[in-house]
Design a protein around this ligand. Sequence first.
Ligand code: UGA
Length: 450
Amino acid sequence: MNLSIIGAGHVGLVAGACFAEIGHDVVCIDNDPKKIAELEAGRTPFFEPYLPEMLAANVERGRLRFSLDLADAVEHSEVIFLCVGTPPLPDGEADLSAVERVTRQIAMLSDGYRLIVEKSTVPVLTGERIYNTMRIYRASHGRGEFDVASNPEFLAEGTAVRDFLFPDRIVLGVETDRASQLLQGLYQPIMERSFDWRPNCGAPDEDQRPEMVVTNRNTSEMIKHASNSFLSLKISYANMVARLCDAVGANIDHVTRGMGLDQRIGPQFLRAGIGFGGFCFPKDLQAFVSMAERNGVQFDILREVEKLNLSQLDYFVHKLKRELWVLKGKKIAAWGLAFKANTDDVRFSPAIYVIEKLLAEGVEITAFDPQAIDEARHTGLDIEYAASAEEAAAGADALVLLTEWPDFRNADFARIQQSMVRPLILDGRNLLDPNKLRSMGFEYISMGRP
Ligand code: UGA
């Protein structure tokens, strides 16, 4: 099929590369000439495992191209995915101006049937708005029928390519059979696993096929928001239990393992730490709560999650203070800047928030992150950057681990133990092995592990 993807951001590029990989002809559109020039030159604007190779291979095969020309894309594609940004507004609502603008343009540019698919994360009822906008502008400027569908993405940064090609589920929110059939056809290779891409990426077993949920548009939008909010809730629950573990001397790792083995609970998203961040959970949570309140539903349990997630940062700083007594003037090594491992994304990163809190206390910080230093520099934080984890730790009064990069486990701890002024580690992600570090002479503290 011929597809256009509007918005060459994280979701758009992953979707574009993967749809091309499974056999479709794709054009990725963006209105940023710099971004399109970068992509045409073979450069991916952010770090995402497997994506650069997949983009390059499909450009080479002639199945994928990048363009600034929305009119051309709309003319040649029956299915158009909206993957434009929906950043948060100051009041917590999602800014849908890009979605609205692109919808208007599509309505005026196309004649003949088009299926518009919203993939950007949007509040419930946005599909209806898109439909009405299409109807109004089509009537005055264009011709032909159209459908508007919702097909939310469930991609996590760092595993986005795998998540796209080997999903647990594909959700289609459709209002007509035509839209349903088009989308089911589009995803058939993923449902049947009839594509060749099989690197060692932790793909599920061949017999673990995805489920497809075909429902109406509003329900589909709700599934996306309810899923992200539930995962945020699950993490916050684990964080609160970890605080209680600290208080009574229990071990959160064992508690969450014991809980997670119950299939009704499941083991994932119970990792305690310094809280969740990134461009999805915090903003989706806010938008979901605002939408609920606008519709007369007080979603207090989620308001509480927002509060707990913020207070988890204070809890962490408090733990450090308890050890160091006075923070002012201390030298702290920060391991990690990205909001989680395997990404260079620092937007709404708990690591950055902790650093800001420590800076406000008068601490000097030297940070290291395997991927996110360039992105962090743009935040203008008044900190030093080191070339390695070991270099960051040298001369520090304490080391705080803020992002769960597996590489940190392999640091040269013998050297670090010698080079720190005080070999104290506060592990905000429960990544390191307490016994190993204590036997090497470190003071080691983590989140809910005695
Ligand atoms: C999240 C969802 O996982 C995706 O399914 C969804 O498609 C995406 O948002 C989106 O809406 O676009 P992402 O933000 O990339 O993906 O990252 P996650 O892996 O979900 O992690 C979010 C935050 O929670 C990170 O800060 C992470 O460190 C934290 N986290 C995660 C924990 O603190 N504990 C956990 O057990 C899991």
